[in-house]
Design a protein around this ligand. Structure first.
Ligand SMILES: Nc1ncnc2c1ncn2[C@@H]1O[C@H](COP(=O)(O)OP(=O)(O)OP(=O)(O)O)[C@@H](O)[C@H]1O
Ligand SMILES: [Mg+2]
Length: 250
């Protein structure tokens, strides 16, 4: 049976002025995929993500989210997005962890935008999922980069998204923290959330993803984890998640 598509891109192109940034990009991700979108600096990853999120107007081609053209897609609470440099927080930024997570809740609320007891429970649950519930009353600026990333995941999770887009979420974070962060993403993926992870470091993420799209203005490679290993054995790592590989084999 054909799997339901989470995102579908067809012949997508984009340019800033005369500078061509994306050329004829066609690929898709199924529901339940953990897709790594890789490519060197300036290869168009963030631009492509912003197109998928409808933040830039499409110049050509088409993009669908859950089967609907993005131009008519309205169900944005199904989409979680953690932008590049989300964690560049000033240390004197006064909001607490709880308040930052609550922002994810307020965006879908009608007025009055106050936090009730049920919201408070949801905030705690989201913080627990990312292992940060004990830090709820700390100021966000006092947290380490790795802890802040988890808080931003909690903020994205609170609207119960079906798909999570993360743009270079582990820049400037040590190796161990990175690994545990990717494991957390793996757990969320196992719970059924489709994950699209942007990174310029293919070696680090092949362990976790089941699909890879490699971008350099054009799409250089798109395929499953095992197809990637045949294409680029040097950057291939065994997938730590056997469940994923079983899924791939159908
Ligand atoms: N707002 C903008 N105006 C003009 N050019 C832009 C703009 N944003 C990006 N670009 C250019 O488009 C190209 C792709 O940029 P993009 O940010 O998508 O790359 P990236 O793959 O995300 O890179 P990185 O790994 O450094 O984050 C680059 O050449 C960049 O200079
Ligand atoms: Mg980028």
């Amino acid at each position: 049976m054909e799997k339901e598509k989470a995102i579908q891109l067809k012949n997508v192109c984009f340019s800033f002025g005369n500078a061509k940034v994306l050329k004829d990009i066609t690929f898709s991700a199924d529901k339940g995929d953990f897709l790594g979108l890789i490519g060197p600096n300036g290869s168009g990853k963030t631009t492509l993500l912003k197109l998928i999120l409808g933040l830039y107007p499409l110049k050509c081609g088409s993009i669908k989210l859950f089967g609907t053209e993005i131009t008519s897609f309205r169900d944005w609470s199904r989409i979680g997005y953690i932008p590049q440099k989300a964690t560049n927080i000033d240390t004197i930024f006064p909001a607490t962890v709880k308040e930052v997570v609550a922002m994810g809740l307020l965006s879908r609320k009608k007025f009055p935008k106050t936090i009730n007891r049920k919201d408070d429970k949801e905030i705690n649950a989201a913080l627990k999922t990312v292992g940060m519930d004990e830090l709820r009353n700390k100021r966000i600026g006092e947290l380490s980069g790795g802890q802040q990333q988890r808080i931003f995941i909690a903020r994205a999770l609170i609207s119960k998204p079906d798909i999570l887009f993360l743009d270079e979420p582990t820049t400037g974070v040590d190796q161990n923290t990175q690994e545990s962060f990717y494991r957390l993403l793996g757990e969320l993926n196992q719970k059924g959330i489709t994950i699209i992870l942007i990174s310029h470091d293919i070696g680090k993420i092949t362990k976790y993803v089941n699909k890879i799209a490699s971008l350099n203005t054009a799409l250089e490679f798109y395929g499953s984890h095992s197809e990637f290993c045949a294409y680029d054995p040097e950057h291939c790592h065994d997938n730590i998640d056997q469940h994923r590989l079983c899924l791939d084999r159908g």
